[in-house]
Ligand binder design. Structure first.
Ligand code: AMP
Ligand code: MN
Ligand code: MN
Ligand code: MN
Length: 302
């Protein structure tokens, strides 16, 4: 059992990186990828401990991007077999700056709506990186809403009263940057983009030339038909399959590390072994997969 999608308190999870590693070890999880939103800091903090204890920890990140086809935000998982390097890390810093701008604007918008949350309160909750779940948590604690879900529905979601757009890189740019850093880009929880599998298939085909190499097939929000549709798309386009619980600790208490919601996912070691085989191929040849992509784009009809 492995988990290739989870969050620490370096983004919007509640666990310290070491707590997450210990939790994984206790559950008998064989390998983990920490995939915090737009930051590698949680992974960086966990890595020395993983190396010391021999725990199999993969470097990952979940990027917030803009999908032009759906005119919505889309998440992209990126996995690296070694350090992604300074160009990629510097780019992540620019994403953090955009997030800070968005957070300041969101705070102002909430004040206009008579929801008074201070910067200090936010920093106390989201110590390392503040995201909307931290706003939601405070709104519940201060009695403005009853649940985090209500905070999102009424205020924080894209159609909410306090919605503030965040400048995000395009999905294509993010995929290309992951590719250039030697990583494998995987479309995260694809059904959040659309549950129309035909649309997902077309989108996947359009992303192949940019360097998309995987699709997240196993995710707690996926129904069995969703998983099958994603597996079929992956097989047709020669993509790797990835999966994980999207664990956020106490921020999403119904989701358990590695097993998801009521045990609705189980990801096995061969998923990671396939990813590692692809890393090897990418390193051995200049970019054989890129050539494959071009061929497949022509071969496979959407
Ligand atoms: P941000 O990165 O600050 O834009 O916040 C996005 C995060 O908020 C996502 O990664 C989810 O963890 C969480 N989120 C988004 N929509 C909802 C929702 N409707 N209910 C609960 N959490 C949500
Ligand atoms: Mn999150
Ligand atoms: Mn996500
Ligand atoms: Mn996630």
């Amino acid at each position: 059992m492995i988990d290739l999608h989870c969050h620490t308190n370096y983004s919007d999870g509640s666990d310290e990186p070491l707590t997450l590693l210990n939790r994984a070890a206790q559950l008998g999880v064989q390998a983990l990828a920490i995939t915090d939103h737009d930051t590698l800091e949680g992974y960086d903090a966990a890595w020395p401990h993983a190396r010391e204890t021999g725990f199999d920890l993969l470097c990952g990140v979940e990027l917030s991007t803009r999908c032009a086809a759906s005119a919505r935000s889309a998440h992209l998982l990126a996995y690296f077999s070694s350090d992604p390097g300074s160009v990629f890390r510097t780019w992540l810093k620019t994403l953090r700056d955009k997030r800070l701008e968005r957070n300041a604007a969101l705070l102002r918008r909430l004040h206009e709506l008579k929801i008074n949350i201070s910067c200090e309160e936010l920093q106390a909750v989201g110590k390392r990186q503040i995201g909307r779940p931290h706003f939601a948590k405070l709104m519940v604690e201060k009695g403005y809403v009853k649940t985090p879900g209500e905070a999102f529905d009424r205020y924080l979601c894209e159609s909410g009263l306090a919605w503030v757009d965040r400048e995000e890189p395009s999905l294509e740019e993010a995929i290309e940057r992951v590719w250039s850093a030697g990583g494998i880009a995987s479309l995260a929880h694809p059904v959040r983009i659309s549950r129309d599998y035909g649309i997902l298939r077309k989108l996947t085909a359009a992303l192949l030339p940019h360097g998309l190499e995987a699709i997240e097939c196993f995710h707690p929000e996926h129904t069995t038909p969703d998983t099958h549709a994603c597996l079929e798309i992956a097989a047709d386009y020669g993509l790797e399959t990835t999966g994980g619980s999207d664990f956020h600790g106490s921020y999403k208490p119904d989701i358990q590390l590695a097993t998801g919601k009521d045990g609705n996912i189980q990801i096995t070691l061969p998923v990671l072994q396939n990813l590692r085989r692809r890393f090897m191929k990418k390193r051995q040849h200049d970019s054989p997969v890129a050539a494959d992509h071009a061929e497949r784009t022509c071969e496979v009809r959407s």
